[in-house]
Design a protein. Structure first.
Length: 100
């Protein structure tokens, strides 16, 4: 039987970045069990689509989550990504809003 999970690697990376905003790609890849190259590709996807942004703090990036963007699945466009992240342990600052 093949292994499967409920969450995609994109969701897992986003979840980790929301909880550990200063984690490096290498640390993240080791934590979730995918290659560093795959991790960097997912981070690039999330940056390109506006789900995260980053600032340089010293020699490390600090990632910021945009919790108000909708989930990408066609049937879940009304649900903000922040709601999923909250279920996975992220603590929202401020008031929750509906997906844009």
């Amino acid at each position: 039987m093949s292994e499967w999970t409920f969450l995609t690697n994109h969701a897992i990376v986003l979840s980790y970045l929301s909880i550990y905003p200063r984690i490096t790609a290498r640390e993240l890849s080791n934590a979730i069990g995918i290659t560093e190259r795959a991790t960097r590709k997912i981070i690039a996807d999330l940056l390109q689509n506006g789900y995260i942004s980053k600032d340089l703090e010293g020699r490390r990036n600090r990632y910021h989550i945009n919790p108000d963007l909708p989930l990408r699945h066609p049937g879940l466009k009304e649900t903000a990504v922040g709601y999923l992240l909250e279920i996975l342990g992220w603590k929202r600052r401020g008031r929750p809003r509906k997906a844009k």
